[in-house]
Write a protein that binds this ligand. Structure first.
Ligand code: A3P
Length: 288
């Protein structure tokens, strides 16, 4: 895989190969019992996916080790030259399916709304997202060269990265919030994963024994996921992801941005954040 330039999909910057696969994604037929996991990149998608797969398998760790997370929870709009597309993978997945997407809300294939599918959105504070995304650009070779950290920060703030503006993404999904959608925060999950898992169970109308919840929390902790080859992406081809540059499960904390932002960058970012979140009742914790 070589680094891809970003094209534009209805104004959203996206990998050219994904754009080529778009007609298939747009026509995707969701099933009523699909559950959609939606996030802006680097917001805890893999963590939430592992939690959901564990919940779907009543905490059976062996079943959740059956395959890599990117096969257990297919990535809807994924399309690279080799191998099946996300849509093809999903067509071969038995129900009930877990589906992952990073699409902004306005680009979600309409069948998810028509079939009234359950959706869980997870958001993470933008300062940690941008740092995580920067390291991810280095290790996941599909991305364009991120340039310096300062350059990447500028591009992120301008929405000139894959999936576009973080602000538009989190706000767009927040405004679409409805009964069948649960909106979660990475920082809450870090602070009290038990409470958040209970929230998910309530949303699903599912009850699990205390011991099962305990097993889910243990299996999906950062330390456990980091050493689990079915969860840590280490089974991906080294040409796609180079973990020696930066591991996929990198730090898994809130507030790492403090180790990276200069005082001036932080002031500029805060100003930009205020402007772009103005008028919204959506709030982020920048650390826990
Ligand atoms: P960092 O780069 O800050 O460490 P995504 O799955 O959306 O790509 O998000 C990846 C981010 O989630 C990475 O953040 C990764 O370490 C973090 N992450 C993955 N599993 C986690 C877990 N079990 N607990 C906390 N953070 C986790």
């Amino acid at each position: 895989v070589i680094r891809q330039e970003l094209g534009s999909l209805h104004g959203i910057p996206l990998f050219k190969s994904f754009i080529e696969g778009w007609p298939q994604v747009k026509a995707f037929q969701a099933r009523p019992d699909d559950l959609l996991i939606s996030t802006y990149p680097k917001s805890g998608t893999t963590w939430l996916s592992e939690i959901m797969d564990m919940i779907y398998h009543d905490g059976d760790v062996e079943k959740c080790r059956r395959d890599a997370i990117y096969n257990r929870v297919p990535f809807l709009e994924m399309k690279v030259s080799k191998g099946p597309s996300g849509v093809e993978q999903l067509e071969n997945t038995p129900s009930p399916r877990l589906v992952k997407t990073h699409l902004p809300v306005q680009l979600l294939p309409t069948s998810f709304w028509e079939k009234d599918c359950k959706i869980i959105y997870m958001a993470r504070n933008p300062k940690d997202v941008v740092i995580s995304y920067y390291y991810f650009h280095h290790m996941a070779k599909i991305h364009p060269d991120p340039g310096t950290k300062a350059e990447f920060l500028e591009n992120f703030m301008a929405g000139k990265v894959a999936y576009g503006s973080w602000y538009d993404h989190v706000r767009g999904w927040w405004e679409k919030k409805q009964e069948k959608m649960l909106y979660l925060f990475y920082e809450d999950m870090k602070k009290d994963p038990r409470r958040e898992v209970q929230k998910i169970l309530h949303f699903l109308g599912k009850e699990l024994a205390e011991g099962t919840v305990e097993r889910i929390l243990h299996h999906t902790s950062f330390q456990e996921m980091k050493k689990n080859p079915a969860a840590n992406y280490e089974t991906m081809l080294p040409t796609m992801m180079d973990h020696s540059v930066s591991p996929f499960l990198r730090k898994g904390i809130s507030g790492d941005w403090k180790n990276h932002f200069t005082v001036a960058q932080n002031e500029r970012f805060n100003q930009h954040y205020q402007e772009h979140m103005a008028g919204s009742d959506l709030h982020f914790q920048m650390e826990v």
